[in-house]
Design a protein around this ligand. Structure first.
Ligand code: ADP
Ligand code: MG
Length: 379
């Protein structure tokens, strides 16, 4: 097979940008496709095709310019990936992976079939379905759109049948999943990479804090018992193998207050909770992804320092990030900014990694939180 020189990336967001930065360092030509000009990835890629994700002519152009094509965002049009495959272009991960992970019902059913526990769930489209699910599982619950949600979008936390009915009405006929709300001890994730030879490497388990459905902080390694961490890594390995993923992927878990590990979501791409790997491991989740899709050997993950990753979210108060000098007066901090023009409220604009000597404790987390508070968005 001809060596890979050019990589195509569908989606031009920050994950594509960090992927492209590593790909450029390794000497690849990078072409991205995104509907918006000057996308975060487009700013660092060699070329950007400005087109909709479902524009098959543009997708074919991406195929012609690339030796392998990947994606950085999983809500892209699956037909585009199938189209590339039908023309024998190399795409990783394959469309059959997306067909499972783009559908919250298929994703949970896949986990169950692989012997991995999940929260109780049911498909809901009508008031009748809802009454059945409510009766079987009770409240509190979360209703989520089966397709297309991310960062807590398309979700309704409900405590009664009345609230759940209001959510079903708000969803206007969209297919929903009813999930029993898990009483959470914490949330964790495992970033792993699998290649076509079925070699799998997994990073240490990361611990994630969310606010209103959006990731705000990752602590690596997670402050959980080693036995539970090993179990999460083994479960993540089963996920990658079961789906036949080629590339970096993330398995998100709930740790219930009963100490049970439940699979929440699978993202067949590098993930926000793996950003810390850029700064505290020799080979980031992005480089692992490049290695996997280019048929290169994986790098066994090695944590050179413990880390706290804080997301920098927009606030809707202006597009200029102030306080960077104050933030960087702490020598343990590395800042990443994604080059997005508008700091809309709750939009992921950047992140920083704080390198921590010794175990991550409450004092280190307090230090990271007060570092984040030095940043503000101004006009
Ligand atoms: P997204 O695609 O938006 O990341 P998730 O299903 O991961 O969707 O939900 C986002 C967050 O909402 C989770 O990380 C968790 O904090 C909370 N959440 C979602 N589903 C449940 C549930 N069944 N029980 C408890 N918390 C949940
Ligand atoms: Mg999630």
């Amino acid at each position: 097979m001809k060596p890979i020189q050019s990589i195509g990336v569908i989606g031009g967001g920050q994950l594509g940008r960090m992927f492209a930065l590593d790909a450029k360092r390794m000497g690849y030509h990078v072409v991205t496709l995104d509907p918006h000009e000057h996308s975060p990835c487009g700013q660092v890629a060699d070329e950007q095709i400005v087109a909709a994700y479902h524009d098959l002519a543009a997708i074919e152009e991406l195929g012609r310019s690339s030796d392998v094509i990947t994606y950085e965002f999983e809500n892209i049009d699956i037909e585009s990936v199938r189209h590339l495959e039908s023309l024998s272009y190399r795409v990783a991960p394959a469309s059959r992976v997306l067909s499972v992970t783009q559908n919250r019902l298929f994703e949970k059913q896949f986990a169950r079939d692989a012997g991995l526990p999940t929260t109780d769930f049911a498909r809901v489209q009508t008031a009748g379905d809802l009454a059945g699910a409510a009766e079987r599982f009770g409240f509190p619950a979360i209703l989520k759109t089966v397709h297309g949600g991310y960062d807590g979008k398309g979700q309704w936390q409900v405590n009664s049948l009345e609230q759940a009915l209001a959510a079903v009405n708000a969803a206007r006929g969209a297919e929903l999943i009813f999930e029993k709300e898990v009483s959470l001890a914490c949330e964790v994730s495992v970033i792993a990479t699998r290649n076509a030879q079925d070699e799998i490497v997994a990073y240490p388990v990361a611990e994630n804090a969310h606010e209103r459905g959006i990731l705000t902080m990752t602590v690596a390694p997670a402050r959980i018992e080693p036995g539970l961490a090993a179990k999460a890594q083994a479960m993540a390995t089963l996920v990658g193998r079961g789906l036949g993923i080629v590339g970096t992927y993330c398995t998100e878990f709930f740790v219930s207050t009963d100490g049970e590990l439940l699979v929440n979501e699978i993202a067949p791409r590098p993930h926000n909770s793996g950003h810390y790997t850029i700064d505290v491991t020799p080979c980031s989740q992005y480089e692992q992804h490049i290695r996997a899709i280019c048929d290169l050997p994986p790098s066994p993950p090695r944590l050179l320092a413990n880390a706290i990753m804080m997301n920098v979210l927009g606030e809707g108060t202006g597009d200029h990030l102030a306080g960077i000098a104050e933030l960087l007066s702490d020598p343990s901090i590395v800042l990443h900014v994604y080059g997005k023009r508008h700091a809309v409220a709750r939009r992921k604009m950047g992140h920083f990694t704080m390198l921590v000597d010794g175990p991550v404790d409450d004092a280190a987390i307090a230090r990271a939180r007060s570092a984040l508070a030095k940043l503000r968005w101004t006009a």
